[in-house]
Design a protein around this ligand. Structure first.
Ligand SMILES: C[S@@+](CC[C@H](N)C(=O)[O-])C[C@H]1O[C@@H](n2cnc3c(N)ncnc32)[C@H](O)[C@@H]1O
Length: 437
């Protein structure tokens, strides 16, 4: 089967059943379609996932009873997405979606697909009027997440929803061990690629238009990597010094590991992650930039199984989190994440943080980071930790490049999508006090 709409429906149905992420499913689907259909497949998968909370409400109003078949329901979402958000002419979108039902062996349901899509066009205004008061519809976020973001960020929530529903820019990190940002900007300009320097990330460059990495000068030689501006602040904030022993505790796929070594190549750096398959990406990324680190596959919360007993000067704890700050890049978060995941993640983050603290030298620095915008995983987590831990002090800078850079919290700093430029991130720079003698 090589029908892009049918494959998009298959991907969306699998996301809804918790059988993989877009990052895993899209390459699998791409292999099955012709080269010419890949961009469409990608657009349908990302777009339908992004607007699924809204499209599901429309589908609910249009079908007389809940659609039981997962792929059929997903195909109707893909169809509705095309009608609402793409420039595919309506009649062509409907005909192709009906055809996709046949490709999925849902020939018996072509009439229903056709009817639902046509009704959505016929009743568009009435449907929008009926649903516009529903916050899940207006925000295009699942109800629990819409409420959590609204509770945390009040009036800013609307800007965050809009940013989460937009396509993100492509941001690069120049490898400053090989070239300066101004030199690389010149190389981009020579290649006819429009770009501007980031405001806070010292090695960051935002491209005017996203493009394939193969088109970037020196990408294969590790001159540059793709990384959002907010994520680039981790290595900058941890600021490792020559000769130090550093741990990157949740390292895969290695974006921040590489950045640490680009900033300071003379490091005794260990990159640790619990997922072996993801560590392969760390190795690939290190090879591309021409750097090396000790790689350990283990559970950061259980250092007794892997730690050599010598404390670290600096630790980066880029903790597993809800990823609610990077929805614009990974819209499938809207389908994959559940409200009940948050307390579970917060408990895991707290456990890893407490374990990492024992591994840090007195006088050392631990940077706690997440790409979440939920206080439970961030400021509440760190404020509680600092209150409970006698030798921990929150030393997060209020200024970066001598400018205010995020939203200060009771502990640490929060960056919000749509408000602070980059993805949503949280950082807390914690110092371990030296005991008085
Ligand atoms: C936010 S991602 C890290 C991203 C990475 N720092 C980068 O910049 O590319 C979180 C990582 O934590 C890992 N992880 C989850 N639980 C862990 C644990 N108990 N011990 C170590 N790593 C863990 C996940 O496999 C995942 O790769």
């Amino acid at each position: 089967m090589n029908d892009p709409r049918a494959l998009a429906a298959r991907v969306i149905a699998r996301l809804q059943d918790d059988r993989g992420s877009l990052q895993r499913l899209l390459p699998w689907a791409e292999k099955q379609v012709d080269e010419k259909d890949r961009a469409l497949l990608r657009e349908l998968c990302y777009g339908t996932a992004r607007f699924a909370p809204r499209l599901e409400l429309i589908l609910g109003k249009l079908s007389r009873k809940p659609v039981k078949d997962g792929e059929l329901a997903a195909l109707m979402l893909v169809g509705l997405y095309q009608l609402e958000y793409t420039r595919v002419p309506d009649h062509a979108a409907i005909a192709a979606t009906v055809e996709a039902a046949r490709a999925l062996k849902l020939g018996h349901a072509t009439g229903v697909v056709n009817g639902v899509l046509r009704n959505s066009l016929r009743n568009k205004e009435a449907l929008t009027r009926k649903l516009s008061g529903n916050p899940q519809f207006s925000s295009a976020h699942p109800a629990w997440l819409q409420q959590a973001i609204k509770a945390a960020w009040g009036e800013d929530a609307r800007t965050i929803f809009t940013a989460n529903n937009s396509n993100p820019p492509m941001t690069l990190r120049v490898n400053v061990s090989k070239s300066s940002r101004s030199d690389y900007l010149q190389q981009l300009s020579d290649a006819g690629i429009a770009a501007t320097p980031c405001e806070f990330a010292a090695s960051g460059i935002t491209l005017e238009q996203p493009l394939a990495v193969s088109k970037l000068p020196g990408f294969d030689r590790g001159l540059v990597s793709v990384q959002d501006e907010s994520a680039q602040l981790a290595a900058q904030l941890l600021a490792p010094q020559a000769g130090e022993k550093v741990l990157d505790a949740c390292a895969a796929p290695g974006g921040k590991t590489c950045h640490l070594l680009e900033l300071q190549p003379d490091l005794n750096l260990t990159a640790l992650d619990v997922e072996e398959e993801r560590l392969d990406r760390v190795i690939e990324n290190l090879e591309r930039i021409g750097a090396g680190a000790e790689i350990i596959c283990a559970d950061a919360a259980e250092p007794e199984h892997w730690w050599d007993g010598e404390q670290y000067d600096r630790i980066l704890l880029d903790a597993p989190c809800s990823a609610t700050g990077v929805i614009r890049r990974n819209p499938d978060i809207k389908l994959l994440r559940r409200a009940e995941d948050i307390p579970e993640l917060a408990a895991l983050q707290g456990k890893i943080l407490r374990a990492m603290w024992r591994l840090l030298k007195p006088g050392g620095t631990l940077l706690y980071a997440t790409c979440s915008i939920l206080p439970e995983e961030n400021s509440a987590q760190v404020a509680r930790f600092v209150a409970e831990t006698g030798d921990a002090r929150d030393n997060t800078p209020q200024l970066l490049n001598e400018k205010p850079w995020g939203q200060p919290q009771e502990a640490g700093m929060q960056l919000l999508p749509g408000i602070h430029g980059g993805d949503g991130f949280y950082y807390a720079k914690l110092e371990k006090l030296v005991p008085e003698s």
